[in-house]
Design a protein around this ligand. Structure first.
Ligand SMILES: [Cu+2]
Length: 121
């Protein structure tokens, strides 16, 4: 029991630290462990959003709520790269949290368009 308590304390301390260093420029965003949700709409040869910058925390998962007229693939220029397939209609794909700070392009190669640029910090 004592050992369990000690482990819990370590986890809490780690969480507190992560929150303290990740929250500086997103005051409205409270839980840094919640996934970032971005709605993405593909229609014909357009995509919305189209090149928008989105702030995410290091390691924070990003859920894309996709609405599409045709199935396709999203390419995430993280390291390692991630390729995510989506279906026609409504679907949800998840980009795994990115650990390296910097800018990561999320693209549709079929459309040759940048959907969002993730600002990881
Ligand atoms: Cu690409």
């Amino acid at each position: 029991m004592r050992r369990l308590l000690a482990a819990t304390t370590v986890v809490l301390a780690t969480l507190t630290f992560a929150t303290a260093c990740g929250d500086s420029d997103t005051p409205s965003d409270s839980g840094s462990s919640d996934p970032k949700v971005i709605k993405v709409t593909f229609e014909g040869d357009t995509v919305d959003p189209n090149g928008e910058r989105v702030d995410v925390d290091k390691g924070q998962d990003i859920t894309l709520e996709v609405t599409a007229d045709e199935p396709g693939e999203i390419h995430v220029h993280s390291s390692p790269e991630q390729e995510l397939e989506y279906e026609a209609g409504e679907s949800e794909v998840t980009i795994k949290g990115i650990d390296q700070p910097g800018t990561v392009d999320v693209e549709s190669h079929a459309l040759e368009k940048v959907i969002v640029q993730l600002e990881v910090s």
